[in-house]
Write a protein of this length. Structure first.
Length: 439
């Protein structure tokens, strides 16, 4: 999922527990969809670029192309991440929403549990060219295991470590760090030259969850048990959260001011040459739009505790990405299906993923030379070998809010000079677990 988003309100997220079926852009009351409005569609696109205006410039020509091919006019709204989940949930409960929408792939199982999205069974996948067109890692974040996917992969992303070549050279550092200890040690050399070390979005709850999930994997832990129950206070989970927050609290690698960042500020700092390192999902297009040429930075795998990235404790990214969903009671079911087919076609996958510096989840599109550059090679390799999907459980969105807020509060403690201890981390995570729905 893209990392521009802020937290959705806790009260709204709790409404995910309500399973509803009357939702979407149409007038159908049984949630089965119709073709009452065959000549138009409403599409909610998530904010992928540096601004919603940039997204409109990317998407409008492609939507006009779809209209020319099909005669179906697409009304586009680019929804900021800070509003997207709230808007989707309001639509599922009111029955008034778009026909097609973007969802962060980590939300797939949670939104699936509302009953509001069209299931992508074999018959529906056949209408867009077949399920086997999509790579396995992307399909793994489309809904709960054992159920038909709730959405179709649109953009695939992975975290990488972006580094400013000049800052590292000025500090006498010849290569990017491969481990967290190396990053902390390099940070001291960077700070001695008057630069910041590592950017973070400390007030962005979803961004926080993405990182502590990866740290937990590196500590051999998960935030849920095998049967889907919250397990936020295991030794590994506590150690993971503490290690991440300690990058500010103890190691001083993350600037204290980043505790308040929630909307792309760490990317701007990196683009302006203030910060040596950035952990981000597919950031190249964002950096280019902010005036940072590709010759000024390099891309390396996210560090691990020791060794090299891989599976198990060497995981160094969550499987990030955007999925394309159809509201179950759309009043243009045939058009919505045609739109999904269009957006996931080989040609459109190349166009859109080039524009957003993401990786196509459609295997054939990945063969385009544009996705085999050294930068994209890092992202593709991460997705193929060392990324893990966040838990595809119905309570995932509540997990993001509860644990992400706990990390946000711990960053606030660190920024204020309050000591972050193992006990204080565990207490925050205990509080987060108590906020989860009881079964």
């Amino acid at each position: 999922m893209r990392t521009l988003r802020a937290a959705a309100a806790g009260a709204v997220v709790m409404s995910l527990a309500l399973a509803v079926t009357a939702c979407g852009g149409g007038s159908s009351t049984d949630g089965s969809g119709s073709d009452d409005s065959p000549k138009e569609l409403t599409y909610w696109a998530s904010n992928q670029g540096a601004s919603t205006e940039i997204d409109k410039k990317v998407l409008r020509p492609e939507l006009d192309k779809f209209e020319k091919e099909t005669g179906i006019k697409v009304k586009l709204e680019v929804v900021p991440w800070s509003d997207l989940l709230n808007r989707i949930l309001t639509a599922t409960t009111s029955g008034q929403g778009p026909d097609v929408l973007n969802i962060g792939n980590t939300w797939s199982a949670s939104l699936q549990a509302t009953g509001g999205l069209l299931p992508w069974d074999d018959a529906n996948f056949a209408r867009i060219g077949g399920k086997d067109r999509f790579v396995a890692s992307a399909l793994g974040s489309t809904g709960a295991q054992g159920k038909d996917p709730a959405a179709v992969p649109l953009y695939s992303m992975a975290y990488a470590l972006y580094y400013n070549k000049q800052i590292l050279a000025d500090a006498g550092i010849s290569r990017p760090p491969a481990t967290w200890d190396q990053l902390v040690a390099d940070g001291r050399k960077i700070q001695a030259k008057g630069k910041q070390v590592l950017g973070a979005e400390g007030a962005n709850v979803s961004e926080n969850v993405h990182h502590v999930f990866t740290f937990a994997k590196q500590h051999g832990a998960d935030f849920f048990t095998a049967d889907g129950k919250p397990d936020f206070t295991s030794d590994g989970a506590v150690s993971a959260v503490k290690q991440y927050v300690d990058l500010m609290a103890k190691d001083k690698a993350i600037p204290q001011g980043n505790a308040e960042y929630a909307q792309n500020q760490s990317v701007s700092d990196f683009a302006k040459g203030r910060t040596a390192f950035l952990l981000w999902q597919s950031a190249s297009a964002n950096l280019t739009s902010q005036g940072m040429g590709e010759d000024r930075y390099g891309i390396a795998p996210v560090p691990v505790r020791s060794g090299t990235p891989g599976t198990g404790t060497q995981v160094n990214s969550m499987v990030a990405g955007i999925n394309l969903a159809v509201f179950k009671n759309t009043d243009n079911l045939d058009g919505a299906t045609k739109f999904v087919k269009f957006m996931t076609s080989d040609e459109e996958q190349k166009i859109l993923n080039k524009a957003y510096s993401s990786i196509p989840p459609v295997a054939a599109a990945q063969e385009d030379p544009a996705f085999n550059t050294p930068a994209n090679a890092v992202l593709k390799d991460t997705l193929a070998k060392s990324a893990a999907a966040l838990p595809q459980v119905a309570d995932e969105s509540q997990f993001e809010t509860a644990v992400g807020t706990a990390v946000k509060e711990l960053f606030a403690d660190a920024a204020a000079g309050r000591t972050v201890t193992t006990g204080s981390v565990k207490a925050r995570l205990e509080k987060a677990q108590q906020q989860m729905p009881t079964k």
